[in-house]
Design a protein around this ligand. Structure first.
Ligand SMILES: [Zn+2]
Length: 258
């Protein structure tokens, strides 16, 4: 276990061309580093809303540690994804661009992000950021106004970040255009009367549909009452996608893909 903060580790890392390093930040959050680019995806360091939404994992970084970020990529407007606390730190301490669906950009603008640093990325639109190609793809999240997934291509390495998408038929469509090195899905326990996240079968079917080499589990650790043991997904994945490696990172852990 290293004691240096994530931004120091990001600066010290030099992934080779075509490789992606992901630091898991808890929830659906990652810091992503490629040879030329540093992204934050859905970074969440805010407090939650107890008692209904009580954080089970501590924030992966503090506002004062933020530096040297190319862009922040947001999947939807909920504040564990479009987090005003993280966004304030990024706005003040970096020159990063903010990219997301309309609903996330609207929240950012309410929190003083200047229009010239914000870019709405509509579904099916592609943006080139140095050595990365980022394409917004439709996801299915009935609980959110916007729901962008992101296909992030770095050479031959291709990652699909699904935000808090539920399982839907669209995964098979996305698989017609790309071959995926890894897919990141939000999984959690859905209490009676609530359907907020993918369950064991959903995540395994999503990985099967996109033929991902690696299934990266996220969000399973974030909220009290919603946590899910990743072993349950590993069991089910052995039936649906036996060739897929299932990874459940701990906050701060690095996952290398490609
Ligand atoms: Zn969430």
């Amino acid at each position: 276990m290293t004691t240096t903060d994530i931004f120091t580790q990001l600066q010290a890392s030099a992934p080779p061309k075509g490789q992606i390093m992901l630091w898991y930040l808890g929830g659906a959050g990652y810091a992503l580093k490629s040879a030329e680019t540093t992204l934050l995806i859905d970074p969440f360091i805010g407090p939650g809303h107890p008692p209904e939404w009580t954080r089970m994992t501590p924030p992966a970084f503090s506002a004062g540690q933020v530096r040297d970020v190319t862009a922040v990529l947001l999947t939807h407007e909920h504040d564990d994804h479009t987090d005003p606390v993280a966004l304030d730190a990024i706005r003040l301490r970096t020159e990063a661009m903010l990219i997301g669906p309309k609903s996330s950009v609207a929240v950012a603008k309410q929190h003083k992000w200047p229009a010239k640093r914000c870019q709405v990325l509509p579904r099916h639109a592609t943006l080139v950021l140095n050595d990365l190609r980022v394409t917004a793809v439709p996801m299915e999240d009935p609980n959110a106004k916007g729901a962008n997934g992101y296909v992030i291509e770095c050479g031959k390495t291709t990652l699909l970040h699904c935000g808090d998408s539920h399982y839907f038929a669209g995964f098979a469509e996305v698989a017609q255009r790309w071959r995926f090195t890894a897919i990141c899905t939000s999984v959690a326990y859905n209490p009676p009367g609530k359907l907020l996240y993918m369950d064991e079968c959903d995540a395994a079917r999503a990985a099967r549909d996109v033929k991902a080499q690696t299934l990266i589990l996220q969000h399973y650790d974030l909220w009290k009452g919603y946590t899910l043991d990743p072993e349950r997904i590993k069991t089910v994945a052995a039936w649906y996608c036996p060739d897929t490696t299932v990874v459940a990172a701990q906050v701060g852990e690095v996952i290398t893909i490609g």
